[in-house]
Design a protein around this ligand. Sequence first.
Ligand code: KG4
Ligand code: ZN
Length: 363
Amino acid sequence: MPAVHTVLGLETSCDETAAAVVRLAEGDAVSVLSSIVGSQVARHAPFGGVVPEIAARAHVESIDAIAAAALSEAGLGYGDLTGVAATAGPGLVGGVMVGLSFGKAVALARGLPLVAVNHLEGHAVSARLAADIAYPFLLLLVSGGHCQLLTVEGVGRCRRLGSTIDDAAGEAFDKIAKSLGLPYPGGPALEALAVNGEAGAFPLPRMLLGRKDCDFSFSGLKTAAARVAEGLTSEGERRNLAAAVQAAIADQLCERTARAMGLHARDAGAQGLRFVVAGGVAANRHVRARLEATADAHGYGFFAPPLAYCTDNAAMIALAGAERLAAGLSDPLDAPARPRWPLDAFAAAAQPTHKAGRKGAKA
Ligand code: KG4
Ligand code: ZN
């Protein structure tokens, strides 16, 4: 078992084709040797969202060149790698199969161990790409497909404290942005529109506040915001609504997180209190600042990945793979692509957020 792991990571679960090379040395020192993200935004924009078939075809067209670019930027060849890590789910299964098959081919051809990485585990370790964050930590994972609070106890060891009962936070940003006439992807566009807006101009609902669990809900906010958006007459009002939406989402994320902090603190005790926010919505400056203040108020250290590692990337997949290899874990070459794959399989089975066959958040 090599003491230094140099891993090619591959990410193709949604609309970014990404490859990266990450080195995990002894003592957990992490170096990102390269991280290439090929965005498909322009191909999906005319449809107002990600079209799975277009995404899968675009991954096929570019994965080869993007993996080669990641190796070349790292100054390495396939022969220098000690492992390959590919996202195996959850996500759009056509795309997942492209990256996973590519990873299997590299592993087979080069005799390297394969790690089939859970995309959410990638987000969970993403803040560790830039800061030495010890386990355990409390994680808020907020992306386009997921909104959940988890305690992360170690590599692959997570316990879910709560998750969304309808939309994910990023999905709420995207859908409300759409009703404001903003282009896809809506989150960053809504953040830009909100800059000079007045958050207090429109009263919007904050769901589930005060509830004893750590769940989230954004569908009421989405409906309320869409109704307000219909009646807007000026650019100033649009800015105010964007700011009001951002504040409402941040309020809910902070209140639910504060509740989870209380629960987590009882278990974590003397091991130190660390809070990590990860996923695309962690790129939102207002959300980040509000969560940082919440962490401060509860005695938690606050960590968020650099902006480039908040949204989907392959460096986080490579690091998740390297951590698994360091723990002696790898996967067989027939590892399946999994469209749904909860991080905490136990909690997901005990308290399903969605019954079989119903559409909803992938959590
Ligand atoms: O993590 P990610 O790239 O993909 C998933 O795994 O879902 O997250 C994408 C989500 C989208 O919903 C996008 O609108 C949201 O993250 N997002 C943002 C911002 N940047 C990305 N939401 C609010 N503000 C942002 N600056
Ligand atoms: Zn993601």
